[in-house]
Ligand binder design. Structure first.
Ligand code: SF4
Ligand code: SF4
Length: 92
């Protein structure tokens, strides 16, 4: 059974606003509508699995995207810890 490693807000109540990515070690859920495109999470990830995307969210920010590589994500949740807008949730 999956356990939530880190989350800031009740994202699970707004599934239509979320992008989900399944990986072997962890599952990263990004709420792109909360993202301000600050890129702090991209610097936090040692595996370089997050990048600023090329599409605006509804607030006009370039939202971060998860680069899905099989088994690459360790589920460490450093990206979620770094995010000031609680836009990332990590499960493993
Ligand atoms: S959980 Fe860790 S390895 Fe996975 S995307 Fe976030 S910082 Fe990178
Ligand atoms: S740290 Fe949070 S707000 Fe900043 S780019 Fe990453 S997900 Fe978006």
């Amino acid at each position: 059974m999956a356990q939530r490693v880190r989350s800031g807000k009740a994202f699970l109540h707004a599934p239509c606003a979320m992008l989900k990515y399944e990986v072997f070690m962890g599952k990263v859920v990004i709420n792109r509508e909360y993202c301000k495109g600050c890129a702090l999470c991209t610097t936090a990830c040692a595996k370089k699995l997050l990048k600023i995307g090329k599409e605006f969210n509804k607030s006009g920010y370039y939202a971060v995207e998860f680069i899905c590589e099989d088994e690459a994500c360790t589920g460490c949740a450093l990206c979620a810890e770094m995010c000031p807008d609680a836009a990332i949730e990590v499960w493993k």
